[in-house]
Structures are given as C-alpha cells and as structure tokens.
Write a protein that binds this ligand. Structure first.
Ligand code: GLC
Length: 629
C-alpha cells in the first residue's frame, strides 16, 4: 500500500490529492488477490494508453465444453502478470484497424459535420417527416441548442476533467437528494450524445474513473457485496484541507445510501455496453485493451456468471436493481436485467482479449449467451396464440418434458391481458418476469427494447414487439414516449406489491409513468428493425413538449398527459435521450454500430447443448429453424 502511495505521489497522472483519498478508503482486511488488483489499477496512468498490447484473436474458443471459470484471483493474478510483463511500442496505424472475426474491419470514425451539412442529413430517406408537424425548423434548432446547453451545464468535473453528468440540474430544486450525483445508467445517453458529437474525453474519463470505484471498499450493514460491483452513482465531494485549500474526492454509492439500499445490478452491465460503444464510435480500441479495463470487464462478468442455486440461465436479482430502483414486484428474473446482461455478455465477448487465462471465461460467456437466448425466446414470449395456450395449460405436470414447465396457473392470465393482446400474430412481446408459478405479464419497455437491440429475441419476435408498440401506440406512447411499463398496478395490487409507495401510485413514476429517456433506446430499436419512421413520430411528439415542460424526468396518467407529480425538472437523461435519439436518426451508420444482429454460432451452440441431453438434433439447420420461433 505504501509503495502505491509513493508511486502516486511521484506519478505524473492526476493531481495526487484526488487519488490518495481512494487509498484511505481501502480496507486493510481485503484479501491478497483484491489488494493486488487494486494496486495494479492505481499503478496505471489513467490518461496514457497501456503500453502492453496483445493481438486479439476473436472467436477462437471452442464452444460447448468445460465448466465456468469464475475466479477473481485468477483474473487478478493475470492482470498482475500482464502489467508486470514486457512493453512493446504501439504502431499508431493499428488503432484504425481492428481484427474482428478474422476480418479487418475499419472502425467508424466520427467526423464533425458543419451545421448546414447536418440539416441536410437524410434519415434512411425519411427525415422529412420531422418537418411536417408544424414545428418550425428554427424552433426545432432552438430546442436542440437549449438541450445541448443544458447537457453541458450538467457536466461534473473531477480535478479539472469532465467525468460525467449529474442526474438532474434544476437550479430551483432545494432538495435534490441524490439527483446531483452521476448515475451510471443515466450517463449512458449523455455519453452517446457526446460521442456522436465527436467528444470522447468525458466518456473515456467516466469509464476509467468508475473503473477505479469498482475496486473500492463497499459495505452495507457490515457486509461487503461482490467484487466487481459497479456503483449506482457517484458524487464529487469537496473537502477542506489546511488553509484555504480543498481536495476533491470521488464518493460512490453502491446501494449503501440509496433509498431502499438497492443493489445496482445494471451499473456494471451498462458500463460494459458503454465501453463497447466508445470503441465503436471513436475507433479508439486501445481503451478496452488496457489491462485494467480488461480486468474490469472480467470482474463484472465473473460476478454475474458466478454459480448459485439458480436453475435458470437468467440472472436472479432483487427488486429495484435496475432503472426501476424501488419496489415494483420485479425481483427474480426481470426482463430488463436479462436483456442488459445479454447485451453486456455480447459486448464482453467482442472485447475480451483471448489468451490462456481468458479462454475459459469466453467459453462460459458463449454458452451462457446461447442458454439465455433459448430460455427467453422459448419461455418469455407471448402473443395471442401463446396466451391461449397458457390459458388452457395443464398444471402440476411432473416430468422433464412438461409443457407447462414453470407450473403457471391459468388464472394468472388476467382479463386486461386477454383484452389487450392484439388478434394478430404479427404482434407480441416478452413478458416482464418468469419464476416458478409466476409469469409477470406486464409489458416492460426497456427490456423489450434491449431484446430487440441485442437480438435477444428472434428477428420475428423483434419485429412483433415493434408491431405491438405501433398497434398500442396510445397505451405505450400516448402524449409522451414511452411508458416504463404497462399496465399500472392498482388498488390492492399497488398496496401489496409496491408496499403502498406514494411515488409509485398508478400511472406515475415507475408504476406506468412515461419516461422520455426511453426515446433513444426506442429509436435505436426502430432503426435496427428498419422502421425509423416510428422513431421519428415519437421524437416529434416529445419535441413539442419537452422544452416547454422544462425537460421532466417522467409524466403521469394513463396517456402521459401531465408532468409527473414528483418529477424532477431539467432531468439530464431526458435531455440527453432526446439529443441521442435525434443524432441516431441523423447518423444511421453510427446507430448500426450500436446494435447486434442475430448470431448463428450462438444458436448452434444452444442446439448442441440440447442434443447432449438427447432432446434436439444438432445442426446448423436446426439452429436456423430456431430463429423462426
Ligand atoms: C430514479 C430512477 C433511476 C435513475 C435515478 C436518477 O431513481 O428510477 O432509474 O437512475 O432516478 O435519475
């Protein structure tokens, strides 16, 4: 520890005051592996590229073999070995070319467009629609300019560098609670907006500083959550030193102060997703190749992939562990976490440098990806036909080939769902949660959108989800895109499931409120499925109100007509989500670097696994047929 301190004092990195404080937070009782990991982390110059580079060999790991390797010590010792090993000079031209699936692919580079050029950009041939709704172009530009101004005002700096954006920045708010913090999930749309504008520095800093926070001591009631956990948020605190000097301290919240002490399971997943996006948009792949960053990815992956008691490939989490960060009856295997988990695993698989010590992990990731997609596609999907099947389910089946595997009692199919589900088989969605004898039929928007974006759903399912949103436009979009979930919990359900939460009353906040930040993810999903016109329609709707309403966090009522009763104003991810949606529409090429297409290799793995238990034939044709489910 002393050596590391001495190193920091002598290093040319950030002003040492900013980092020394991090050491004082370290527990002296931490195990050896963790200590080595941390000092390795600190022994990196945050702004310099790691001199040690390894050539990437992608997809060289065999599928369908061996058991998971989720050992943090292994990861830490690997990092130790690597950071201690030789250095090699970097050829700058190599940064422009990455080796992907054996092919040399040129990364997307961001070019700044002149204002005039931007206006002429065409969105899949159809941006003209944006201009047909009565909003003058001048007005439109003003709104966008204000959004950029506000986004820049929300930037938080640490030791002089931008490191994130605060959740809300309403100057009239006298009790901001933790909305003055940088939330990991909230920063994602800000990051994308900056990246697409060609401003990568803030994102790079964010990724590196949050990586350091990952290693901090964290305790909730004398218990330390798993290594690799990323905080929900962090704050830059200023504390006085002697005379009139101050030091800045990064202070993370891992749930120990958060309302309800919720575990931020999604933070690490978002971090990985953003890391990939940073590489794709800037073309700077050196960041993800750094040893400390590689270790960060592996620690998150290992934490998520650790064996437990679970029978499902999906991730078992507590209530409130994602965007919905308070009790809403989503503990278990909520779709949102599964879709982000899947996206993060797909990202990790692309980014992890393959070598002897990582190949088991990559193999585990591949197997898990296959298993998750099979499980979700088979068991979470509902359309009219499937609901009818569930409605007629036999129960209490004891056998390996039961139809009603989870023993869902048909009475769970509530009247709202029977009325709501469209007649057409072209419409359907993935349910919110699945557990023994429990299927949560509510429509959760974020999970469904990320299933589309990451190809967790089949191509047909993904189209069907968008068809459903189009068909149920009034319910899911109404006056303000988009409902966080549908329908709201009412009466005794609200009472029991939310614990009588006065913020989550029916059609408010997480309980069926409308969240404009979901707009960018909707836009990305629409663009992936070749339906930008749907996104344009939603963006246009939001554009008419957001500025006038002072960029609220969420809207209330069945159709999203009113600004939410406890909604913050000047909410950053509302502003950034709007800007990102617009930029995505203007840059289809960039959008396409942010989503994933179907991966047949993964499907094949899944069929292979099933064959071992003698239940399905193993062939590429069988794999392909699966995508038609
Ligand atoms: C609320 C939201 C959460 C968000 C936070 C900061 O708690 O539920 O998703 O990260 O506010 O905006």
């Amino acid at each position: 520890m002393m050596n590391a301190k001495a190193f920091l004092e002598n290093s040319t990195m950030r002003p040492s005051k900013c980092l020394l404080r991090a050491f004082t937070r370290l527990s002296p009782s931490r195990d050896t592996a963790f200590q080595s990991h941390h000092s390795r982390c600190i022994n990196q110059n945050i702004n310099n590229q790691d001199p040690y580079r390894i050539t990437k060999l992608r997809n060289v790991v065999q599928f369908c073999t061996n058991t998971p390797s989720s050992v943090t010590t292994q990861v830490a010792s690997e990092a130790r070995n690597l950071s201690a090993s030789r250095t090699c000079t970097k050829d700058p031209t190599l940064d422009k070319i990455i080796s992907k699936n054996g092919l040399n692919v040129k990364p997307l580079t961001v070019e700044r467009l002149e204002e005039d050029e931007k206006d002429e950009e065409v969105v899949n041939g159809d941006v003209s629609n944006i201009d047909k709704d009565g909003l003058e172009n001048v007005r439109r530009k003003e709104i966008e300019e204000e959004a950029w101004r506000l986004l820049r005002q929300s930037v938080v700096t640490y030791c002089g560098s931008p490191v994130g954006t605060m959740a809300a920045n309403d100057p009239t708010d006298t009790a901001p609670l933790n909305y003055d913090q940088v939330f990991i999930r909230d920063f994602v749309p800000s990051a994308l907006a900056f990246l697409m504008k060609g401003e990568g520095e803030i994102v790079r800093n964010f990724l590196l500083y949050t990586l350091q926070l990952q290693s901090w001591e964290k305790t909730v009631d004398c218990y330390s959550p798993g290594q690799g956990l990323m905080p929900a948020s962090f704050k830059v605190r200023t504390s006085p030193l002697e005379e009139d000097k101050f030091e800045e301290v990064l202070d993370p919240d891992f749930g120990e102060s958060a309302i309800g002490r919720v575990a931020p399971v999604d933070s690490g997943l978002w971090w990985i997703i953003l890391l990939r996006a940073y590489g794709k948009i800037t073309g700077d792949y050196s960041l993800q190749e750094r040893v400390d960053v590689q270790t960060g990815i592996k620690m998150i992956a290992n934490l998520c992939l650790a064996d437990g008691f679970d029978m499902f490939p999906t991730l078992l989490v507590t209530d409130g562990s994602c965007m919905i960060d308070r009790r809403m009856g989503i503990h278990g295997h909520p779709l949102e976490i599964q879709a982000l988990f899947y996206s993060a695993l797909r990202s990790s698989r692309e980014m992890i440098t393959i070598n002897d010590s990582s190949k088991n992990l990559v193999r585990t990731i591949n197997n898990r990806l296959s298993a998750i997609s099979f499980h979700i596609r088979e068991n979470y999907w509902v359309d009219k036909g499937k609901i009818n099947e569930i409605y007629r389910y036999k129960t209490e089946e004891y056998s390996t080939d039961a139809t009603n595997k989870f023993n869902i009692y048909p009475d769970q199919v509530s009247p709202w769902l029977m009325d709501w589900i469209p007649e057409s088989h072209r419409c359907g969605f993935l349910v919110g949660n699945l557990q023994p004898a429990h299927m949560d039929f509510r429509f959760f928007t974020l999970g469904n959108l990320w299933s589309i974006i990451s190809s967790l759903g089949t191509p047909k399912q993904n189209q069907a989800i968008l068809n459903l949103i189009e068909e149920k436009w009034d319910d899911l979009i109404g006056h303000m895109p988009l409902k966080i979930c549908f329908p709201a919990l009412e009466s005794s359900e609200w009472h029991i499931i939310t614990g009588s939460d006065p913020k989550n009353t029916p059609w408010s906040y997480h309980n069926g409120g409308s969240w404009p930040t979901l707009l960018w993810q909707f836009t990305l999903a629409c663009m992936k499925m070749g339906r930008p016109e749907l996104a344009v329609k939603a963006v246009t709707l939001a554009e008419k109100r957001l500025q006038a309403d002072r960029w609220p966090e969420y809207y209330d009522t069945r159709y999203g007509k009113f600004i939410g009763k406890k909604s913050r104003l000047y909410q950053t991810w509302t502003i950034a989500g709007f800007l990102t949606a617009k930029q995505l529409l203007q840059n289809p090429e960039m959008a396409s670097s942010l989503f994933w297409e179907e991966d047949f290799e993964l499907l094949e793995t899944c069929v292979c696994v099933l064959t071992k238990s003698g239940r399905k034939s193993c062939s590429r044709a069988a794999a392909k047929s699966q995508i038609l489910i």
